[in-house]
Structures are given as C-alpha cells and as structure tokens.
Design a protein around this ligand. Structure first.
Ligand code: NDP
Length: 436
C-alpha cells in the first residue's frame, strides 16, 4: 500500500492473488528465497506519456497515455488498451497484473501487460478518434513490437481504434508488422473468432463448470451486464446453447427483457448506431423495461447464471445477496474483476460455482495469441478450426484450475485454482531466468 499509494484497484487485485498463494509458497520455499512475490508485483517497466490532439472545433486536447509492461517471463508483453475517462495508473496496473496470470493460464507463450488512456471516445467523431489514436501511437510505437509488446483492444478500443493505431504504426515504422497488434480486421491480418472469443469463452467456461455438476445451460435464465464486445458475444453463445438471456446494460442503466434479449436489435443499437441501452426498450416494447443507473441493480433480476461483462467492481456484496436469494447457481466473470472481494466470498460460501475473470475471460487473449500464430505463418484459419482451438483452450483452463485447486486441498475453488495455476508457471520461468 505504501509503495503504490492511491492505486486501490491494483492493491485489490494483488490481495486477491496473494490470498491464494500460501499453500504454494509453503511447498516451494525457493520461491520465497528468490523474492518472486515482490518481483512479480513490480512491473518491469511503466510508461506514461502525453497525448496531444486537435478536436473538431480546432481546440488542442491533452490526454494521458499509459503502457505497463508487467512481466515477460513467458513471452512478449500482451494485453489490451483501454480508453475510458476512469483510466489512471492504478487501473492499468490492476489489469496488467491480472493479465500475467490469465496469459499464463492460456498455455500460450505470452507475458502480461496493459495500457490505455483517460480519453473518452463517447460522443467523439471518427476523425477525432483517428487523430487521438494517431497521436497515442506516435509515442507508443517505440515501446511495442511483435517480439516486445503486443497490445489489443479493451473497453473503448474495438476494431475501429485498432485500425487507426495499426495504420499509424505502419506509417511511422515503414513495416507491415502484422503481429504488433491483435484484434485487427479480417482483410488485414485479423483472426476469425477474435471478436467473439472473450464472450464465447466465458460461456464455454460456464458450461464446463455446470458440466462438473452434471448440469448445462439449456433452459437456464441468464443475466448479463454490459452491452459491449464481451457482453454481446456471451449473450450470443448462451442463447445458442438454449439459455434465456434476460438483461443487458451500459453506464446509463439496464434493461430487463423477460422474453429474452433480441440480440440483432442490441447489436444494431450498440455496434452500428453506437446508441444508448434505453433505445432498446423504446424499440422492443412489450414487457421489456429500462431501469436508469442508480434506480435499481441488474443483479436483483432473478437468474440461474450471472455473467458480469461490463467493468470492475460492478457486483457488490448486496448484489451477491440478491442473486443468492434468487437461487443463482453459477457466476462467471466476463469482465476483469467485476465482483468485489466480499461478493466473491458470499458466492463461495453459498456453494455457487464461481469463475474468476482471469480464467473465464481468457478466451480473448488466447485467440489473440492464435492471431499472432496466423500472422507469424502468414496464414488464416477457418472459423470452425479457430473456434475448436478456443473450445479446447477454455476446457484446458477449466481443467487446470479444477485440478490445481484439488491438488492444494481447495477442491471446487476456481479462484484459488486459477491463481495457483497461473502463478506457478510464471514463477518457475522467473526462477529459471535468474534475478532480472
Ligand atoms: P466495451 O467497451 O466493448 O464495452 C464495455 C461495456 O461495459 C459497455 O456496455 C459500457 O457501457 C459498460 N461499462 C463500461 N464502464 C462502465 C461503468 N463504469 N459503469 C457501467 N457500465 C460500464 O468493452 P469490452 O466488452 O471489451 O470489455 C468489458 C470488460 O471485459 C472489461 O472489464 C474488459 O477489461 C474485459 N475484457 C475484455 C476483453 C476483450 O477481448 N474485449 C478480454 C478480456 C476481458 P458504456 O458504453 O455506457 O460505457
């Protein structure tokens, strides 16, 4: 806390990981001797920079850019860029720290990093977003590369932004280095399934947790928060597997649609029109209801399965109590750290299957690594092949978490299983690579 003043999300993320590691350290005293814990909590490098750009009225705007290169024991730094007004160093460090263990869990050769800016793309024109992205990349380019650090999207950074960032990287470096960014468009080095991967992966993990209790998603009522990339594709796969998804949200409020979310309508409003969630209810009519932010919680809607897919700390203790009161059986984090520590403990004490984000939402970065593989071999795979690889990776993550939790006497605890599995691999690599 003293070393990282004011970085509350980072401290929360570190606490949650370290809480699980006692049994590992007891079994491996060599990790303690080599100060692995202290080293893993300190980023290898953090870059903070000015991002000046000119808005449509001709006014000069200044934002702050970040890239935290956290750990490269397993491969080049890898992790998304977030553009959101709430971004500051503590958010980027929490995301970068989580990313180390998530990337390790995927089994792919990627280290952990994260970046972004306090730039708010909401309400900005395409031209403004482009000029911002070009200015951002004009500093970032010198720190990234296929073998160094490979950014991708996150909140506020989708296909449009990755396009502008890639274009500027290519222009400055005079290199068509496809592997420098992931989440690219399909005609210029992107991978099929990348767009869907995080949301799909979260639902696959949920399927595997339910299967461990001989259950499935068919006929289940599911509540999903958010209406961005992760939420939309979590909804899509859950519906395809026979679940009834009854909610969606954004920062202005949530909708409850008991007949089931009309996904085509939601995609049109959010992805094409970049509109607000209340438009969904205006257009859908019937029994669909809009509840403005602050007037009620999305988690009060009865559901068998809850998938928080919006942002950090969006599901609190009182929300967990509401879900438990309505008989929830599984919760999987599509977003990063959406559930507070208190809510997580309530779910675990209530015998709810609970999947932490670093395991449940790892499908996105895993498919980014598949995109890097395709770029390296100048190849592009079919949708079905890539989907099957994702399915296999998610099953692998589920089984590794379950096995390690059991191995360390914490059977059924996916939080401990994910932290332990992710940590051991990184710690072993750090030990092998010496004091660096
Ligand atoms: P998007 O920008 O596509 O969507 C984010 C959604 O969450 C929007 O509906 C947004 O609403 C809502 N939201 C964001 N901040 C807040 C807030 N403070 N309060 C209420 N709602 C909010 O982002 P993604 O779907 O890509 O990311 C969602 C989560 O998933 C994040 O935690 C991200 O780190 C995580 N994640 C994403 C991956 C990916 O591949 N994209 C990979 C792994 C994790 P509004 O439009 O009103 O802001």
């Amino acid at each position: 806390v003293k070393r990282n003043p004011g970085e509350k999300e980072f401290i929360q993320a570190v606490d949650e990981v370290l809480e699980s590691l006692g049994p590992v350290i007891t079994r491996h005293p060599e990790m303690l001797e080599a100060s692995i814990i202290e080293r893993i909590c300190e980023p290898e490098r953090q870059i903070i920079f000015r991002v000046p750009w000119v808005d449509d009225t001709g006014k000069v705007q200044i934002n702050r850019g970040f890239r935290v290169e956290f750990n490269s024991a397993l491969g080049p730094y890898k992790g998304g860029l977030r553009f959101h007004p709430s971004v500051y160093l503590g958010i980027i460090k929490f995301l970068g720290f989580e990313q180390i263990f998530k990337n390790s869990l995927t089994g792919m050769p990627i280290g952990g990093g994260k970046g972004g800016s306090d730039f708010n793309p909401a309400g900005r024109s395409d031209g403004e977003v482009m000029r911002f992205c070009q200015s951002f990349m004009t500093e970032l380019y010198r720190h990234i590369g296929e073998y160094t650090d490979v950014p991708a999207g996150d909140i506020g950074v989708g296909g449009r932004e990755i396009g502008y960032l890639f274009g500027q990287y290519k222009r400055i470096t005079n290199r068509y280095e496809s592997g420098v960014l992931t989440g690219k468009g399909l005609t210029w080095g992107g991978s099929l399934v990348r767009t869907e991967a995080t949301g799909y992966g979260t639902v696959m993990f949920t399927q595997d947790m339910l299967a461990s209790r001989n259950d499935g998603l068919e006929g289940k009522t599911v509540s999903v928060s958010g209406s961005g990339n992760v939420a939309i594709y979590a909804t899509e796969l859950a519906q395809r597997l026979g679940a009834n998804v009854v909610t969606a949200s954004d920062s202005s409020g949530f909708v409850h649609d008991p007949k089931g979310i009309d996904l085509e309508m939601l995609k049109q409003i959010k992805n094409v029109e970049r509109g607000r969630i209340s438009t969904y209810v205006e257009r859908r009519g019937g029994s669909a209801k809009f509840v403005p932010a602050g007037k009620g919680s999305i988690w009060e809607i009865p559901a068998d399965v809850a998938l928080p897919c919006a942002t950090q700390n969006e599901l609190h203790g009182r929300d967990a109590k509401a879900l438990l009161g309505n008989g929830v059986i599984a919760v999987a984090e599509g977003a990063n750290m959406p559930t507070t520590g208190e809510a997580t403990r309530l779910f675990q004490d209530g015998d709810v299957l609970f999947a932490p984000g670093k395991a449940a939402n790892a499908g996105g970065v895993a498919t980014s690594a598949l995109e890097m593989q395709q770029n390296a071999s100048r190849d592009s795979w079919t949708f079905d092949y890539t989907y099957d690889r994702l399915r296999e990776i998610m099953r692998g993550i589920h089984d590794t978490c379950a096995e390690n939790a059991e191995e360390y006497g914490l059977a059924g605890n996916y939080v401990a299983g994910a932290n332990i599995s992710g940590f051991i691999k990184v710690a072993d690599a750090m030990l092998a690579q010496g004091v660096i």
